[in-house]
Design a binder for this molecule. Structure first.
Ligand code: ADP
Ligand code: ZN
Length: 707
């Protein structure tokens, strides 16, 4: 066995990482002292390393209990790709293969063995383990997803509750339990059920500091908003919807709009579900549109964004779902699209529940989600408060911290609003009240004679949207009541009267949605991004050839470092964080040649884009379509297309794939190869109706840049 000067050295050697994540080192040290351990870390915190590294530093075999076969395969693939001897035994293997693996284990050639809990408890396997224990030794038993032992958790599995037998059988072998579930009850259950001996308990913070949190109002143009938001992102993303129909609808529309997206929900045939999941893991498709059926047991560390198209049912589920972004620690994004209407929908569903207690719990959960969505506090603070953690200050990575909404005194407006509620005899909802305030001519107003009220038209100084915002805020702050059975009707309460009497001031956080912030253009950064994209392509090719998910070759963070630091030899390459010796040997050459090639191209004199072209590029990078850019800039669509073609030719980071489908690109390039790139007409003639001059010009730009 190898020895190392420090734990950090061993981390670099086996996994390529330079430093430990918070908590990892202490846990690993305790594991090496053969302590029983309970580790509670949020998703993406880096739990696996806490048992994997000790396994490699000790004599004998470490057994890892894992509930899902797919996860098991995944982890073993990733370990093997780091040159680590790990394997699994499960029902998917042929007899022959199973035997070979068992022999390798008995020859002490394996350090980590993954098994499902039911296997661990079966009699024949127990005999095999006895032999392993006798011949090579079992160094530890790691129990992943340990909350499955608890009936109080959300994922109870009866097989897990029998795991205590393993403790009885091998009382000397240390047990390490790991989970991302934070509640106290589950924690206690794990310790008792698994019979842990005065375990070291490590609870990491639940703050996912690399995730940027944001709420966006969900209005009539919600689909377009979503589309734009997706276009502005790169990398993999998940869009969560509440219903299966919505999933199908959104996935179809996205596909139609040129976004690579696949649906996922419980009603899809099993094969299709698993096919879609694999496509997502391997980066064959960028977006998965899913119900919450998607996610459990999906271990894709490089999900860059999670969008909630619908309101999640609880803050806990929101946290788990949004937490599927950025497990690799790289900057990632969570956006929740929120509308008052969604809240009403869920309230309605809650009312349909037959059980009063269930209703109560569901209401409380909804309340917490609404607090998150409507609150003006730091979003992170609200989430962490839910987990009993205190967070203070400005996180700098949520919309409320970045664009705090100014608080204004709207007492006078509130008085107008509430007196209108009173004049309408507390029989109407917000929309009607607003119509009266702004003096609308709607039929309904006349029908009730409300155009004769003294409050009719007294609110002309503000827009209907502003009044609605005030209405929401009053409800939210409990300054006016609202009925919950049937159609929501506003009712004055004690505090409303205090406002009338001037005893209570009304403060409202005014949402003046700031204009899009444009980030300054930085040529160096743009170049690094371009190289990053090239390296990503190379990574994908290598991954496909080896039937692996791209992240198993290198993490996004390592690719970014390659793109910024541009290592030109194996030594520099192996020094990058996330690269170990084994991987440098395995893949270094190909990545280095790509970098050298990129450097060579970028030393050629390049022409510099004009100011106007740069402005187009910026909007393009923000995800606007060609038509939208043309509208915003007041130019013809053809001008914008010409800009983009020229930008491509100047090697600027234009996302050609979003403008022309890869199939079409291929076809156009083939024709250019034959007829040359001087004039467009012969190219167009040879391609036919389905190809536009714009598309050909864009691809020609690419061709000129690359030839
Ligand atoms: P969890 O099981 O807690 O959700 P994982 O063990 O899957 O988290 O780790 C999440 C990601 O973090 C993985 O991509 C892993 O490679 C990465 N990771 C873990 N520890 C480190 C570290 N010390 N430095 C850099 N990356 C790490
Ligand atoms: Zn914040």
């Amino acid at each position: 066995m190898l020895t190392f000067a420090s734990l950090e050295d061993s981390l670099k050697h086996y996994f390529g990482h330079d430093t430990f994540r918070p908590g990892q080192k202490k846990i690993i040290e305790a594991a090496l002292r053969n302590k029983d351990l309970l580790t509670i870390m949020p998703t993406g915190g880096g739990k696996s390393l806490c048992f994997q590294l000790p396994a490699l530093l000790r004599e004998g075999l470490t057994i890892v209990v894992s509930p899902l076969i797919a996860l098991m395969q995944d982890q073993v693939d990733a370990l093997q790709d780091n040159g680590i001897n790990a394997t699994y035994l499960n029902s998917t293997l042929e007899y022959e293969e199973r035997r070979n693996r068992q022999i390798a284990i008995l020859k002490n050639q394996v350090k980590l063995l993954y098994v499902a809990p039911e296997r661990l408890l079966n009699e024949r396997f127990a005999l095999f383990l006895d032999r392993v224990h006798h011949d090579v030794g079992i160094s530890a038993i790691a129990i992943d997803e340990a909350h499955c032992v608890s009936e109080w958790g959300h994922d109870f599995r009866p097989e897990y509750s029998q795991l205590k037998q393993i403790r009885q059988r091998y009382p000397q072998i240390p047990i390490q339990a790991l989970t991302a579930t934070a509640t106290k009850r589950v924690r206690e259950d794990i310790v008792n059920q698994l019979n842990l001996r005065s375990p070291d308990i490590h609870v990491a913070s639940f703050d996912r500091s690399n995730i940027h949190y944001e709420i966006q109002p969900k209005d009539r143009n919600i689909y377009l908003k979503l589309l734009r938001a997706i276009r502005a992102e790169s990398g993999a993303g998940i869009v969560y919807c509440l219903s299966r129909n919505r999933v199908e609808e959104i996935a179809t529309r996205l596909k139609h709009d040129g976004i690579d997206a696949l649906p996922y929900h419980a009603k899809l045939p099993v094969e299709e579900r698993s096919k879609n999941q694999t496509s997502f893991l391997r980066d064959d498709v960028q977006i998965i549109v899913a119900t919450i059926a998607f996610g459990m047991g999906i271990n894709k560390p490089d999900v860059r964004f999670v969008f909630h198209y619908d309101l999640p049912r609880s803050l806990e589920s929101f946290y788990q779902e949004s937490g599927r972004a950025g497990r690799d620690g790289e900057p990632s994004k969570s956006v929740l699209f929120f509308s008052f209407g969604d809240r009403k929908k869920i309230e309605f569903l809650i009312e349909q529940k037959p059980d009063a207690n269930e209703q109560k719990i569901a209401r409380q959960q909804l309340r917490q989600v609404i607090d998150y969505a409507e609150g003006n506090d730091c979003r992170r603070k609200i989430i962490l408060r839910y987990f009993g953690e205190r967070y203070s200050g400005n996180c700098g990575k949520c919309d409320n911290c970045l664009n705090p909404k100014p608080i204004e005194d709207w007492t006078e407006e509130a008085q107008k609003f509430l007196s209108c509620v009173a004049r309408c005899q507390e029989k109407f909802g917000t929309n009607h009240i607003v119509d009266v305030l702004i003096g609308s001519r709607k039929q309904k107003i006349h029908q009730y004679g409300h155009h004769l009220l003294s409050t009719y038209g007294i609110g002309k100084g503000r827009t209907a949207d502003e009044w609605r915002m005030l209405g929401r805020s009053l409800i939210h702050q409990g300054l006016v009541g609202q009925t919950t059975d049937g159609y929501p009707v506003l009712k004055l309460n004690k505090r409303s009267w205090e406002i009338f009497r001037g005893q209570l001031k009304v403060e409202v956080a005014v949402d003046k949605s700031p204009g899009k912030t444009t980030t300054a253009y930085n040529p160096r950064q743009a170049e690094a991004e371009l190289l990053f994209e090239k390296l990503r392509k190379l990574r994908k090719q290598i991954a496909d050839r080896n039937s692996l998910a791209p992240y198993m070759i290198f993490a996004d963070s390592s690719l970014k470092l390659m793109a910024q630091l541009r290592p030109k030899n194996i030594t520099d390459f192996a020094n990058l964080s996330g690269v170990n010796e084994y991987k440098a040997q395995q893949y270094g050459d190909r990545f280095i040649s790509e970098i050298l090639e990129f450097d060579r191209q970028h030393q050629l004199p390049v022409s510099i884009p004009s100011k106007s072209q740069m402005a187009t590029l910026q909007l393009h990078q923000q995800g606007l379509s060609v038509t939208e850019i043309a509208q915003q800039r007041g130019f013809a669509v053809s001008t914008i297309n010409t800009h983009l073609s020229e930008l491509i030719e100047m090697n600027q980071p234009v996302a050609l794939n979003k403008l022309v489908t890869p199939d079409k690109q291929q076809a156009i390039i083939e024709v250019i190869r034959q007829v040359g790139d001087m004039t467009l007409t012969p190219i167009k003639d040879s391609l036919g109706e389905e190809y536009s001059y714009e598309e050909i010009r864009l691809v020609r730009g690419w061709w000129r840049n690359n030839n």
